[in-house]
Design a protein around this ligand. Structure first.
Ligand code: 2AM
Ligand code: CA
Length: 267
């Protein structure tokens, strides 16, 4: 059944790879740092058509137009047609298509496809995580041996103090930082052992729904930055790591959340 999702996601990747004159259709969404192109909508349209043809009972929750057709549905897709849109606009070739499948309130399947490297990260709940069909596992390391990936949630200005405080605490401890511009790929990189821990102070469900299942199935721990379960219907902070470095990260984030000027900013 889920092979069908993989096929559809790979096909959407062809559309991303074949994009041209991307610069001509760039528009601002919520601000000058939150951009979108005509390809984001085209890819989402193709995905919703093909996914709903294959799974007619399912609902659809997608980034473009904030389409939320999940009322009364026990199963639905959570879709980011292009995660890493700014990279896409700049021809950085580091973006992905992210499709999560939620069933009876739990993430059941996730597929994240990097069309430029032809890498498909997948996971089904309870069945492990894979990269192009080969099992992947997270490394078990403390923060002191971790490469930390993060997103800066720059479009939510109120999260800047929390992000910079966490970075300031982590920088003297970790091996190094990476910042790629695609939360879904960052989380998959952690799942595959290319990095070790990820955080971002505010994301939307399509940015992390598929990838966090992949990380969990690769042996990781996933939560909001205050350690509470991820919310798949709302904005949410995201923390992903192995049991060891995830616990350390949450401890740091909770300490920062308790600082006087930080009230309510880490959720
Ligand atoms: P995008 O490329 O699909 O927009 C980088 O910090 C991460 O944040 C990317 O995954 C990016 O996804 C995401 N992002 C960008 N704008 C966002 C917004 N307004 N809300 C939530 N996530 C956003
Ligand atoms: Ca997107």
């Amino acid at each position: 059944m889920y092979q069908k999702i993989d096929e559809i996601v790979r096909r959407a990747g062809e559309l991303v790879r074949s994009a041209h004159n991307i610069e001509d259709s760039v528009q601002e969404k919520t601000s000058h740092c939150d951009l979108v192109t005509k390809y984001d909508s085209m890819v989402q349209e193709q995905l919703s058509k093909e996914l709903l043809e294959a799974f007619p009972e399912a609902g659809f929750y997608g980034e473009e137009g904030d389409i939320c057709n999940i009322e009364g549905k026990s199963a639905y897709f959570i879709v980011d047609p292009i995660d890493g849109t700014t990279n896409f606009i700049r021809h950085a070739r580091h973006s992905c298509i992210s499709v999560g499948f939620m069933k009876n309130g739990a993430m059941e399947y996730g597929a994240v496809y990097q069309p430029y490297t032809d890498e498909l990260f997948t996971a089904q709940r309870g069945k492990g995580a894979f990269l192009n069909g080969k099992p992947i596992h997270m490394r078990r390391v403390p923060l002191s041996e971790s490469i930390a990936m993060f997103g800066s949630a720059i479009y939510y200005r109120e999260t800047i103090p929390a992000t910079t405080r966490i970075m300031a605490q982590l920088l003297p401890i970790v091996l190094d930082f990476r910042r790629s511009g695609s939360a879904a790929l960052d989380i998959c990189y952690v799942a595959a052992g290319r990095a070790d821990v990820f955080f971002e102070a505010c994301l939307r469900p399509w940015d992390y729904a598929a990838a966090t299942l992949i990380a969990q199935e690769a042996g990781g721990v996933i939560s909001a930055l205050d350690g509470t379960p991820l919310r798949y219907y709302d904005r949410c902070s995201v923390a992903v790591g192995c049991p060891e470095n995830h616990a350390e990260l949450i401890q740091i984030a909770l300490k920062i959340a308790g600082e006087p000027n930080m009230k309510g900013r880490i959720r």
